[in-house]
Design a protein around this ligand. Structure first.
Ligand SMILES: NC(=O)c1ccc[n+]([C@@H]2O[C@H](COP(=O)([O-])OP(=O)(O)OC[C@H]3O[C@@H](n4cnc5c(N)ncnc54)[C@H](OP(=O)(O)O)[C@@H]3O)[C@@H](O)[C@H]2O)c1
Length: 345
């Protein structure tokens, strides 16, 4: 398969390069840039220089569409909104890692992203690539909107309860933490070492753009589901997301019933692992892998369930899930190229 990576010099691009090296169908990979035409990838990423002995090509959507069977857009907001339709018009599959095509209502996108939405035709063609829950639509899609990192952790954690109509409306609180690679490669005042190390910050309180993405999917699963409280935090680590979620149940469940809902949903799904009772996942336990690990506890005193969901933001939260979706779109084994044991310690 001829694969194009737009944004290859960013963190999402780098992770695609790492993972695609293990993928038997990905042998012809072109790297595209908007600023470093002709520069060898070694200049950005010496760690893959001998594996990808190639220079960056200028990003021209027409040429990228013509020269690729599948394109990963690992670009900031705004780029896919503008160029996906042209790339896809060549019959090319597009997997967009940015948030440009995830929100189905352009007005909601514009409110949260504070930029013009993509054309509605493009948005309508894009299938939300939450691999475990949208498999059939992904299999026949030509354009995938790959889920955000926080939404992946949160939605995988909440799905079994929402599907079983077990949660009281408006009771969902998502308390999430991320490492700094989630913000991409460019340093900012928020993420540079002196600001972030030995520090623990809450940011974008009640305004993070992943909020409507999570609400949209929860509502599609259960139309009683409305607004959620989602608060993101930055912790001094490089990779990893932990979403700790608190939900009030409609009626009491035994622990056995709770675990049974999750096993019914995820047994047989290779990348979601449900921990045993009293065992909770840590980010290090999925580091570098495509796993989402989920721990559960029901508190009889409060009637609340606590769900703990961890992923590696660069893998299941970005490049890994994108490759999982590429596999589904092309009728390959879902795990192809993704059999990665987490790096520990
Ligand atoms: N990091 C994560 O954990 C994560 C997780 C899920 C989703 N995402 C999403 O994935 C996307 C990429 O994230 P990232 O972390 O890889 O960001 P990043 O490190 O900032 O990389 C983005 C890359 O996009 C390229 N680019 C910028 N403007 C462009 C344009 N106008 N046309 C074409 N290419 C352009 C840049 O490369 P050149 O200068 O070489 O063009 C840059 O290296 C973002 O939308 C992000 O929200 C990231």
């Amino acid at each position: 398969m001829r694969i194009g990576i737009v944004g290859a010099t960013g963190y999402g691009g780098a992770e695609l390069l790492r993972l695609l090296n293990n993928h038997p169908e990905a042998k012809n990979i072109q790297l595209y840039t908007s600023t470093k035409e002709g520069v060898h990838i070694e200049e950005s990423y010496p760690h893959v220089a001998t594996i990808y002995d190639t220079s960056l090509k200028p990003f021209n959507p027409e040429v990228v569409g013509e020269d690729s069977d599948l394109v990963f857009m690992a670009t900031p907001p705004g780029v896919s909104a503008q160029h996906t339709q042209e790339i896809a018009s060549h019959g090319t599959q597009v997997i967009d890692l940015s948030g440009d095509l995830r929100i189905t209502d352009p007005t909601i996108y514009e409110t949260w992203y504070k930029r013009p939405a993509a054309q509605i035709e493009t948005i309508n063609q894009a299938v939300y690539g939450l691999s475990e829950w949208n498999r059939e639509a992904i299999q026949s899609a030509r354009i995938i909107s790959n889920p955000g990192c926080y939404p992946t952790a949160a939605l995988l954690g909440l799905a079994p309860l929402i599907h079983n109509d077990a949660i009281q409306q408006h009771s969902i609180i998502i308390d999430a933490k991320t490492g700094t690679s989630g913000a991409g490669r460019s340093a900012t005042m928020m993420t540079h070492f002196s600001e972030m190390n030995e520090n623990f910050k809450i940011y974008q309180v009640n305004t993070h753009k992943h909020t409507p993405e999570i609400e949209q999917q929860l509502h599609q699963w259960n139309n009683e589901s409305g607004a959620i409280t989602f608060q993101p935090h930055l912790v001094p680590m490089i990779r990893g997301i932990m979403a700790t979620m608190y939900v009030q149940l409609k009626k009491p469940l035994t622990s056995e019933q709770l675990f049974s809902l999750y096993h019914q949903a995820y047994d047989g799904k290779p990348f979601v692992r449900i921990r045993k009772e009293n065992n909770y996942p840590a980010t290090k336990e999925v580091y570098g892998s495509n796993y989402c690990d989920i721990g559960l506890s029901y508190d009889e005193r409060t009637g609340r369930v606590t769900v703990v969901s961890v992923i590696d933001n660069m893998v299941k939260g970005a490049a890994g899930q994108a490759i999982q979706n590429m596999n589904l779109m092309n009728g390959w084994d879902e795990s192809m190229g993704l059999n990665l044991v987490p790096v520990y310690p």
